[in-house]
Design a binder for this molecule. Structure first.
Ligand SMILES: [Zn+2]
Length: 296
């Protein structure tokens, strides 16, 4: 299992083998390509664009896909995925990244916000013309977008997902079977403020590994750490290292944050004894590599 980072800083950190850089954020901020890194693009979530033009938001019979709409539990503000001008904007940005010597592109939030979306006049018209049922039309719409986006990507192509292994197609239009043909790997974010309770990380990892027909990386949150939280995070990574994952990624603010995690692991004799005693050989290998870089 490789160890990697998802980061807001466009720089690689020694001791980490996969580097994902957030180049387009959910709040609408857009940054230049990070060279030799996997650049992560938030697609149909863009708070800034929706503030400027609220009619661009995805819509349901119960109102728009906005955080302030309490009919739903929306983590973000969502744009309608069939808006042609907005789609073009995303594809143009992917072109810019691809001409910037990046390792590849990961797409995030490229799907419908929920099952009830989108019933704007354009979506309803497209659905009627398709002759498909609601679920299949929405899934085809998303798969077609990913197919088009892939043709703009130079290098490694990956997608994130909302981590629902059972209802992703009905809820979001995410058809894992169809998408597996397009991507080099799947990126499963299992974000949390801490991992003191972590059975659900193993549970979802097993489900996704069984279901997804391409390599899988799992992302855990590594920001704002105390010693106790770092200990729980590293033990959760150790358990993940027993699975057949391509990698585990740690979400960090910046490079210093990533180094802090490595240093904590290297200096914590109790943790390293725990790894050895319980035969976490793959995690031991990672910490041994960190020890060469972060012993002091
Ligand atoms: Zn729509």
């Amino acid at each position: 299992m490789k160890i990697g980072l998802v980061t807001y800083a466009p720089e690689k950190v020694a001791g980490y083998e996969i580097h994902v850089y957030y180049s387009k954020w959910a709040d609408g901020q857009v940054f230049p390509a990070a060279k030799s890194m996997q650049n992560d693009v938030t697609c149909f979530v863009d708070a800034k664009v929706i503030r400027e033009d609220p009619t661009i938001a995805a819509i349901s019979k119960e109102g728009p896909a906005l955080r302030k709409n309490r009919r739903f539990n929306m983590p973000f503000d969502y744009v309608c995925p069939t808006n042609p001008q907005y789609r073009q904007k995303i594809l143009d940005y992917v072109d810019t990244l691809s001409s910037g010597n990046v390792e590849g592109v990961t797409l995030n939030l490229y799907h419908f916000p929920e099952q009830e979306f989108c019933v704007c006049p354009r979506c309803v018209e497209l659905w009627r013309k398709s002759g498909l049922n609601w679920t299949n039309w929405r899934a085809k719409t998303i798969t077609d977008f990913l197919t088009e986006a892939k043709s703009h990507v130079k290098g490694t192509f990956a997608v994130e997902m909302f981590p629902d292994p059972l209802m992703a197609k009905e809820r979001f239009g995410i058809d894992f079977e169809a998408i597996a043909d397009l991507v080099d790997y799947f990126h499963v974010p299992l974000s949390s403020r801490d991992y003191f309770t972590n059975y659900w990380v193993d549970l979802l990892t097993r489900d996704f590994l069984k279901m997804l027909k391409k390599p899988v990386v799992v992302e855990l949150s590594g920001e704002m750490l105390t010693d106790e939280k770092t200990d729980a995070l590293l033990k959760t990574v150790a358990y993940l290292s027993r699975h057949n994952l391509m990698g585990t990624l740690l979400l960090v603010h910046d490079s210093e944050n990533a180094k802090q995690i490595a240093r904590y692991a290297v200096r914590n004799g109790e943790f390293r004894d725990w790894l050895t005693k319980n035969d976490f050989s793959e995690m031991n290998r990672i910490v041994d590599e960190w020890a060469k870089l972060y012993a002091k």
